[in-house]
Design a protein around this ligand. Structure first.
Ligand code: RIB
Ligand code: CA
Length: 324
């Protein structure tokens, strides 16, 4: 993909925070990638992929296609776990389509995944980084759990885990569980209990970050291929949310996790104790958020509770406009 990528001038403030995006593209993952690529507050070290919205082959292909569209195939992509730690993979083709990123004319990937697996690449980059790395998982947490198991020595070099997943209220994969946690509850339980700083951007806050169809259609007026492709992607994505919720448009779930890492004050969080249900089939993947502290256990997660929607959507639009 030719064409220079204009990015905002680097802020005068602190050096960009190194981040790794672990994802399952996915329409909202794809937009999270663009935000992570273009914002000066962060430096995207790598994209790692996991089975989730679609199988690993498809989520990896989709990640490579988005980087090709953005003209950023310099960013390494490493394939991670094809499925959960102990359960069979369940995909979300009813939301994202058979490819995992249906609805638009995406370019053929102009790059291939690196030979390292996701855990090996994450471990190497975290070990090499001069400053602690922030992990931004926006799919099932299998890769992150495997990384923490295999490399306990790297824990001091992980600044924070800012994930999209979970819910204080209703679920979306089941009545009680959000998809990313529902797919691999065991991995999520290990991550929430890891003792590192964890921020959870759950449905309570991501459902506030909805883009209307008119607003996403307007991306096509940016005059760029990226704008047109994402307008098409989100018109497809809107179908599920119209049919399921009666909404006009879709939540850009995963971009909220990136937006929070930018530290621009877009997302408000509260510290709560969060535990993950792994036993019951009825409530598997439920994030039990102890809002009142009834368990008497100290908070382990900063839970997203509100977002400045207008500023968030402005950030997203500016990110789209930065690509050809
Ligand atoms: O529940 C929403 C989450 O599940 C998002 O990350 C979406 O991409 C899917 O992975
Ligand atoms: Ca996702």
């Amino acid at each position: 993909m030719s064409g220079s990528v204009t990015t905002p001038a680097a802020p005068k403030g602190p050096a960009p925070r190194p981040i790794i995006l672990d994802c399952d593209p996915g329409h909202d993952d794809a937009l999270a990638m663009l935000l992570a690529l273009v914002r000066p507050e962060v430096r995207l070290l790598a994209v790692t992929t996991v089975g989730g919205n679609a199988d690993l082959r498809r989520t990896t292909r989709n990640a490579l296609a988005v980087l090709t569209l953005a003209g950023r195939t310099d960013v390494p992509v490493a394939m991670g776990a094809p499925g959960p730690l102990v359960r069979p993979l369940r995909v979300a083709d009813w939301v994202h389509g058979e490819s995992g990123l249906d609805g638009a004319d995406l370019p053929e990937p102009a790059a291939a995944p690196v030979s390292e697996g996701a855990v090996a690449l994450m471990a190497r980059l975290i070990g090499e980084s001069p400053t602690p790395v922030t992990l931004v998982p926006t799919g099932p947490l299998t890769n992150v759990a495997l990384l923490l198991r295999a490399h306990p020595e790297l824990r001091p070099r992980i600044a924070r885990i800012c994930l999209m997943g979970g819910s204080m209220g209703e679920g979306n994969a089941t009545a009680s569980a959000e998809f990313n946690i529902w797919v691999d509850p065991e991995a999520a339980a290990e991550v929430f209990d890891c003792g590192l700083p964890v921020a959870m951007m759950g449905l309570d806050v991501t459902h506030q970050a909805r883009v209307t169809v008119a607003e996403s259609d307007a991306w096509a007026t940016l005059g760029t291929r990226t704008g047109r492709v994402f307008a098409d992607l989100f018109r497809f994505f809107a179908r599920f949310h119209r049919d399921r919720y009666g909404w006009d448009g879709s939540p850009i779930h995963d971009a909220v996790a990136v937006a929070h890492v930018l530290d621009l004050g877009l997302v408000c969080t509260e510290p709560y104790r969060v535990d993950v249900e792994t036993t019951s089939e009825l409530t598997r993947g439920r994030t039990v958020v102890d809002i009142r502290g009834l368990l008497g256990r100290p908070p382990n997660v900063d839970v997203g509770v509100s977002i400045d929607r207008e500023r968030f959507l402005g950030l997203v639009r500016d990110a789209l406009a930065a690509f050809p």
